[in-house]
Design a protein around this ligand. Structure first.
Ligand SMILES: [Fe+2]
Ligand SMILES: [Fe+2]
Length: 214
């Protein structure tokens, strides 16, 4: 039987780099069916289509950030159960990423030009949160997911009424994000102190402003 080699720090570094490249430049496949398929792809006038594309680009960036955060947090999680929790949530975020990318293509649009930057920033924040301990790590997940859930509610109002496909995608994402937050709460998340939630909300506001256009 061949000997099993213990992964070295260099192996981990390559794994992290590969994940980053896949998220930003690759097109990681979804493991669940595309929710957009359940709704008709209604042809929209250019202004409505462009607006929908701007909103879906924001959601795609949100998922790039989720990947960065979760992988950053998982890289330094102390408890194997916490790491497993983060990696499982990241798999569902990969589905979201793939669905948003597909919807952007259907809307004749493209992902944000700044995705490498969004990923690097989120990964660094994830590392910092993770280094403070697993309670913080999970607290970060809860706060992120709750903010994303609220933001998806806003988009479900803001999207053009005829964009049934984007709506179908966001509805499934919203359910998943709520479950991610619930699971992290049950796993022992601590409540993040002021001003961290406000700083996170401000950072995501800046991201949304840029990603809508670029
Ligand atoms: Fe997500
Ligand atoms: Fe999530």
């Amino acid at each position: 039987m061949p000997a099993v080699r213990t992964p070295t720090a260099i192996d981990h570094l390559f794994t992290e780099a590969q994940r980053a490249l896949d998220t930003v430049f690759g097109n990681p496949p979804a493991q669940r069916p595309y929710p957009g398929q359940q709704a008709a792809d209604v042809v929209m006038q250019a202004p409505a289509r462009n607006h929908a594309a701007g909103l879906m680009r924001i959601n795609h960036v949100g998922e790039v950030c989720a990947q960065g955060l979760y992988f950053g947090q998982a890289a330094v999680a102390r408890d194997p159960a916490t790491r497993q929790h983060l990696l499982e949530a990241a798999q569902e975020e990969t589905d979201h990423l793939a669905w948003c990318a597909q919807r952007l293509r259907e809307l004749d649009s493209r992902p944000s030009l700044f995705n490498p930057l969004w990923y690097a920033g989120s990964y660094s924040i994830g590392l910092l949160a993770g280094l403070r301990g697993d309670g913080w790590n999970l607290g970060f997940v809860v706060e992120t997911e709750r903010q994303v859930e609220a933001h998806l509610d806003e988009h479900l109002v803001e999207l053009p009424a005829e964009d049934l496909r984007s709506r179908a995608i966001l509805a499934v994402m919203k359910e998943d994000e709520a479950r991610h937050a619930d699971h992290a709460e049950q796993a022992g998340a601590r409540t993040l102190p002021f001003p961290i939630p406000s700083v996170m909300a401000l950072a995501s506001k800046v991201m949304k402003g840029v990603a809508y256009r670029l």
